[in-house]
Design a protein around this ligand. Structure first.
Ligand SMILES: N[C@@H](CCC(=O)N[C@@H](CS)C(=O)NCC(=O)O)C(=O)O
Length: 230
């Protein structure tokens, strides 16, 4: 039976799960819904997305989905690649970075910056007004960006290009959709000029097949379409 992902292309957490399924070549269908719709509540009492369904298995939190997808991948003898490393120390490291992505980065970059910016833009506020209104949020965002930047800088100094080592892990999959949204906003300048290692990591991930396969319908996609109409 094909897995079903209930969620939206625009949702960062949904994109994480789709990135994993694409990476591991696990077929799935996307049942598209935004949060807090009748469909979202049908599968998740909190109205959040995504939900992952596989027959009788229904999972409403991405951490549980991660564990389940790893389980599917381990059962698939033909698959060589894994998103979770083998040793306990490496797994703990990945778990920490997933938590940083899902909590600090999501809260300070998506909830505090990306969503209010988009809402102010749609209300027709000027760029000056938007940047003034976001001033304190951007200070907090800078702390998160700075911490990720210094981690990536020290990883790069020992030749490691991904968040948790030399290959893509779940940590990259949780972090990337957040940066894909942020990098499509004027706030990309903060990353580009103040966090060069983070910017390089973002560009490296953007260039992967899985990033391209899940680009359509994202905030970055709709903004690039809007800009090309102008
Ligand atoms: N802890 C949840 C977070 C999921 C989440 O916050 N999803 C967002 C969409 S990216 C959502 O449903 N937002 C609506 C809301 O917070 O009310 C998970 O890991 O699955």
């Amino acid at each position: 039976m094909t897995l079903k992902v209930v969620g939206a292309k625009i949702s960062t957490f949904t994109r994480t799960i789709r990135l994993a399924l694409e990476y591991l070549n696990i077929p799935y269908e996307l049942l598209e819904t935004l949060p807090h719709t009748e469909t979202a509540y049908k599968y998740n009492a909190f109205g959040k997305i995504p939900t992952l369904i596989d027959g009788d298995v229904k999972l409403i939190e991405t951490l549980a989905m991660k564990r389940y997808i790893d389980h599917l991948q381990q059962g698939n003898q033909t698959q060589g690649q894994s998103l979770t490393p083998n040793t306990l120390n490496e797994q703990l490291f990945v778990d920490q970075w997933i938590s940083i992505a899902g909590d600090y980065a999501f809260r300070e970059l998506i909830i505090a910056v990306s969503k209010p910016r988009q809402s102010m833009e749609s209300q027709g506020k000027s760029e000056t007004e938007i940047t003034n209104n976001l001033e304190s949020q951007l200070e907090r965002a800078r702390v998160v960006l700075g911490a990720i930047e210094s981690h990536l800088a020290s990883s790069a100094s020992v030749g490691k290009s991904w968040l948790c080592g030399s290959s893509i892990t779940w940590a990259d999959l949780f972090m990337f959709p957040i940066f894909a949204d942020l990098a499509s906003l004027p706030e990309r300048e903060l990353i580009k000029f103040e966090s060069p290692h983070l910017w390089k990591w973002f560009e490296r991930f953007s260039d992967t097949d899985i990033a391209k396969q899940t680009f359509e319908g994202t905030v970055a996609d709709s903004r690039s379409k809007q800009q090309s109409k102008m």
